[in-house]
Design a binder for this molecule. Structure first.
Ligand SMILES: [Mg+2]
Length: 259
């Protein structure tokens, strides 16, 4: 049972730890910093949170990272703060040279994904409301707006396509993704940041990671390797390996308390 941070007797101790520096603060984007919207293009982050992120990056002893399933270009456009470390495609792409997958891998995977995209783009007209997002090495099939009765059939088609093209399926909140077979996850992204010792961060120093979806669980599991001041937060309900749970708006409250 993962308890809500703000109802936990450990609240003050956690806040105190996360105020120490150097520290790494890493966040998922959709459903964590920005509320989920009907379509991924409609998502926006609040001015208040943007302002808090700006304050975090001004501090040279705070390493701030966004680790998301979106593309890097999308993240940079939506957040627009230059000195944040951005990871896109669940850890495959990074704003930092030499992080994430290699350039060769990305070129190969992006080419393969474009072939799959050609094959499945017709699903958008077959299933009304289906949105297929080409994110380079990953394809996202959003079915938030698809009629419930058709979702099963749509997902079966996507699964068969994954088998045909020998790629993996990854499920998120009303989205299923086709992605290359790779060990790269949000967890490997967090490990890369930790290993780099930015701002002289070392194991045992504070490390926060917050996320809301299945792919964030890879991150939550890896967080257990970073010592006694690492804390992971699951936004919302559902089974999780995170240390604590946060509900709507509480991530903002938490950041405000540690900024
Ligand atoms: Mg998310």
């Amino acid at each position: 049972m993962t308890e809500n941070l703000f109802l936990s007797p450990a609240l003050n101790a956690v806040i105190e730890s996360l105020r120490m520096k150097p520290r790494i603060l890493a966040f998922d984007f959709d459903g964590t910093l920005a509320p989920i919207a009907a379509s991924p293009a409609d998502v926006t982050i609040s001015q208040k949170l943007l302002h808090l992120l700006e304050k975090l990056v001004e501090d040279k002893n705070t390493v701030t990272a966004i680790v998301s399933g979106r593309t890097l270009a999308d993240l940079e456009r939506m957040i627009g703060i230059h000195s944040i470390i951005y990871y896109g495609n669940h850890g495959m792409t990074s704003s930092l040279e030499g992080f994430g997958a290699s350039r060769e891998q990305l070129i190969k995977w992006t080419y393969e994904a474009s072939k799959i995209h050609e094959k499945i783009s017709c699903l958008e007209s077959i299933y009304k409301g289906c949105i297929i997002e080409n994110k380079g090495p990953v394809l996202s099939v959003h079915y938030r707006k698809v009629d419930n009765a058709s979702v099963g059939e749509l997902l079966a088609t996507v699964r068969n396509t994954a088998i045909e093209f020998d790629v993996d399926i990854q499920n998120g909140k009303l989205v299923t993704e086709l992605k290359p077979k790779t060990n790269i996850t949000k967890g490997t992204a967090l490990s890369e940041i930790a290993a780099k010792k930015f701002s002289e961060w070392t194991k045992g120093d504070p490390f926060l990671f917050a996320g809301d979806d299945n792919t964030d669980e890879d991150g939550f599991r890896v967080m257990k390797n970073f010592g006694k001041n690492s804390f992971s937060f699951k936004i919302g309900d559902g089974e999780t390996s995170a240390n604590y749970r946060l509900f709507d708006g509480e991530i903002e409250k938490l950041i405000e308390m540690i900024v």
